[in-house]
Every structure is written in structure tokens, then in C-alpha cells.
Design a protein around this ligand. Structure first.
Ligand code: KIV
Ligand code: NA
Length: 276
């Protein structure tokens, strides 16, 4: 029991809490980028990812490549302000950590200091292992991300599932093992052949968080807007648990109809004169 938790009813989850969930009860995670959405997700998620998918979902970009550190910090702040239970993990955007371990620490420190979040996530396996070790050794909890790494869309030639031929497996397994050995507290495994997702989960000592990977992963994550049915087109690995887009259309159609017919606003939505 640490000293700070004596003063608060519910302690926010930490990267350490997530790490201890290897082979335990599956870890539940979703993305969120805004205060409104994050407050709702906070009631169910073990951790919330402020993903750089914000660039595509919120800003209408074609990929995550143009996302900036400033965007991630602003959305990280919004999510932190409206949550109290889930660990908040903020993505490091393309170009803010690959150059050197010093660059990565400088930008990861900005994210931790300016948002108050509990961890950062970065993409890459073996080639990022030294950087992960450097960050973790200096107080920055790191979640890694292997398999399909969307920031590399321009070298991958598109958003394509990885490891669908067994010849690709050794490299992807080496990536997952390298980031775990370097001290990552968990690793996202995105869009890989199902048996590879399961094999990575068996091989690495830290929790795997699957997205289009395998039900055998130690946890799952989905992009909130995708699973709620707010996004027009979604990848194969997304199950839609809601149809908020359709619900919104119905609500807006009713609003438009009532405005046009002067049935909205009603007397209960307005202000009467005060008694003199
Ligand atoms: O940016 C994001 O939303 C992600 C998840 C899909 C893992 O990185
Ligand atoms: Na991301």
C-alpha cells in the first residue's frame, strides 16, 4: 500500500498493474481521444490508449504519419482530465522517437510531464529495443507495438496483415521478444495471422494486447469509434458492438424535422418572463 493511495478512494491503474496480468484475466482496452468519450470508457477499460489513430478518426487524415506531438499532448490532457481509474497510455507519433534514444526520452518526458499519463507507446520491435531499455531505465513505462505498425505504412505498402506466411514469423517473434526483454510492460500485436498472435503470447513474458491478432492474447484493444459503429469503413478485425452512427442519423433527422415544423423548442426548453 503506497502513501499516496491512502488519500484516494480509487487508485488509478499503473503500468505495473497491467504487467502483472500476464496469463491472467484478459486485459480490456479501448482508444479514446476526448473527455466525453474517455469518461465513459474509464468505467470499463483497464487502460485507455490515446492512439495516434486520432489523426485518422478525428482529423480525417489518410494515415497516422502526419500526427504531431502537440496533438497527442492535447488529447492526452483531455483524456486525463475526465478519467480516474484506467491507466492512460499516450502514443508517441511518427518522427518523435526513432532518431535516437535521447530524442525519444525528451519527447516521452514531455508527454508524461504535460499530460500526467502513466505510460507511452511506440511502434517497432528489435530496432527500438535499445530505446525502450533507455526510457524504462529512466522512469518512462513503455508499451511496444509489433506486427502491423501503421506509422510504417509507406514502407509496408499499405495496411496489410503480417505473418500470413510462416517465413515471416521469426522476424516478428524476434521483435516481440526483444521489446519484452528491453523492459516494455506490454506489447500491442496488430493484424497478424491468428496462430502467430497465439505463439507470440506464449513466447513473451509480458502481456500481449491483440488487435486483429488472437483471442489467446492477454488482452484486446479496439478503436472506440470503430467498435461503436461511428466509422464508415472498418478493418476485418473490428467487431461492431454498437451502431452509434445510425443512432446519430436518426436523432439528427428528428431534430431537423422538429426545427422545420417548429415543434422544437417546446415551452419547457425556454424561459418565461420573471414575475415583476
Ligand atoms: O493508434 C491506435 O489506435 C493504436 C491501436 C490500434 C493499438 O495504436
Ligand atoms: Na497507434
Amino acid at each position: 500500500e503506497d502513501i499516496v493511495s491512502l488519500h484516494t478512494a480509487i487508485k488509478r491503474r499503473t503500468a505495473q498493474d497491467i504487467r502483472t496480468r500476464k496469463s491472467g484475466e484478459p486485459i480490456v482496452s479501448l482508444t479514446a481521444y476526448t473527455a466525453t468519450m474517455a469518461a465513459i470508457v474509464d468505467d470499463v477499460a483497464d487502460f485507455i490508449l490515446v492512439g495516434d489513430s486520432v489523426g485518422m478518426v478525428v482529423y480525417g487524415l489518410d494515415s497516422t504519419v502526419p500526427v504531431t506531438l502537440e496533438m497527442m499532448i492535447l488529447h492526452g490532457q483531455a483524456v486525463m482530465r475526465s478519467t480516474s481509474k484506467a491507466l492512460v497510455v499516450v502514443d508517441m507519433p511518427f518522427g518523435t522517437y526513432e532518431e535516437s534514444r535521447e530524442q525519444a526520452l525528451r519527447n516521452a518526458a514531455r508527454i508524461l510531464k504535460e499530460t500526467g499519463c502513466g505510460a507511452v507507446k511506440l511502434e517497432g520491435g528489435l530496432r527500438m529495443a535499445d530505446t525502450i531499455r533507455f526510457l524504462v531505465g529512466r522512469g518512462v513505462p513503455v508499451m511496444a507495438h509489433v506486427g502491423l505498425t501503421p506509422q510504417a505504412v509507406n514502407t509496408l505498402g499499405g495496411f496489410k496483415a503480417q505473418g500470413r506466411s510462416e517465413a515471416e514469423w521469426p522476424a516478428i517473434l524476434a521483435d516481440a521478444e526483444a521489446v519484452a526483454e528491453a523492459g516494455a510492460f506490454a506489447v500491442v500485436v496488430e493484424a497478424v495471422a491468428e496462430p502467430l498472435g497465439a505463439e507470440i503470447t506464449r513466447r513473451v513474458a509480458v502481456p500481449t494486447i491483440g488487435i486483429g491478432a488472437s483471442a489467446m492474447c492477454d488482452g484486446q484493444i479496439l478503436v472506440l469509434d470503430d467498435m461503436l459503429g461511428l466509422t464508415p469503413r472498418v478493418p476485418k478485425f473490428v467487431k461492431q458492438y454498437g451502431s452509434l452512427g445510425a443512432d446519430m442519423r436518426a436523432a439528427l433527422a428528428q431534430y431537423a424535422e422538429e426545427v422545420r415544423s417548429r415543434r422544437f423548442p417546446g415551452p419547457e426548453h425556454g424561459y418565461a418572463l420573471k414575475a415583476p
